[in-house]
Design a protein around this ligand. Sequence first.
Ligand code: NAD
Ligand code: UDP
Length: 340
Amino acid sequence: MASPHVLVTGGAGFIGSHTCVALAEAGYVPVILDNLCNSDARVRERLQRITGSTPRLIEGDVRDRALLDRVLGSEAFSAVIHFAGVKAVGDSVADPLGYYDNNVHGSLVLASAMRQAGVRTLIFSSSATVYGEPDHSPIPESAPCRPANPYGRSKRMVEEALADLQQSEPGWRIALLRYFNPVGAHESGLIGEHPQGKPNNLMPFVCQVAVGLREKLVIHGDDYPTPDGTGVRDYVHVMDLAEGHVAALRHAERQPGLATLNLGTGRGASVLEVVRAFERACGRPLPCEVGPRRPGDVPAYWGDPSLAQATLGWRARRGLDQMCADSWRWQQGNPNGYAP
Ligand code: NAD
Ligand code: UDP
């Protein structure tokens, strides 16, 4: 039987590229659709080195309905994994319309084109951001959704639209995957995360301090009600996340329906724990300074991944030390990302 083809929107990006590896390893043929607004086409050469084959890249935008009709009509895709979107919370506050256009409108165009082409299996990148500030951790999927910014609301709107679609047409097979904090890189060090400009997130910032691109890490507050006073998050290795997508795809293939699942480790780590783990990985102390709290930050949260484990038979297997070691390998070997 021919290998099933899976359309991976945003597949040139951080999580998408790692998922292309997991898909290829699981016997699927990933085809990337990406407008490259936050990624680099040279990732394909790296994917070739890891998996032995170069994924096809269709350069284009998920909001381009004519393109999607052509792509989905031209070959038989068994499923779509939809990563394409924009993800910076601060930018979403500054440009809400741009965020709703890309994340919400883009997802609606994609779902309509899939419907027309008869492709009804969709794995969607949602986020733990949909929960907003939780009442307690670990957060189960049944917790109320109170997203606190346009980015989180854009993800929640798409979740609701896709749930309505699945209700009205029960043949759809949809997974809404709520990621906690994806970090790390493929163990080869060939693919990883390369944010443009100054990183907002902790792990890429720590990487850049370790490699000497930034002078020091500013810890955003050490007076939170957490064991060491710094913020606590559920960091999950991007390859665990990638494997979670394959597990969600296999689940969707088995039965129609809608699954809403947390993908996290179920364990929180503080900023200081991350710094210490990274110091072990890179073998040197990292200059840090405590600064004020970051506006809008939630002190601590982590996910309850037990539903994903029960539903998919998936759980995160890689710990914080491996997340840091793999991030460091990627950062050291590729200080300029995919550029030479
Ligand atoms: P990323 O920016 O590395 O990847 C997104 C990819 O989508 C990029 O390659 C970008 O060029 C592409 N893209 C953006 N808009 C597009 C459009 N309109 N048409 C076609 N391509 C487009 O980000 P990532 O970290 O890999 O995130 C992937 C998805 O996961 C996003 O939807 C994001 O919101 C979600 N997510 C990410 C995190 C995280 O912390 N990284 C957490 C939760 C959810
Ligand atoms: N953080 C920090 N310094 C930085 C970036 C992040 O102390 O330069 C802290 C942040 O306050 C939070 C944690 O690291 O407690 C994770 O932040 P990140 O932005 O990576 O994830 P998010 O807050 O979006 O879950």
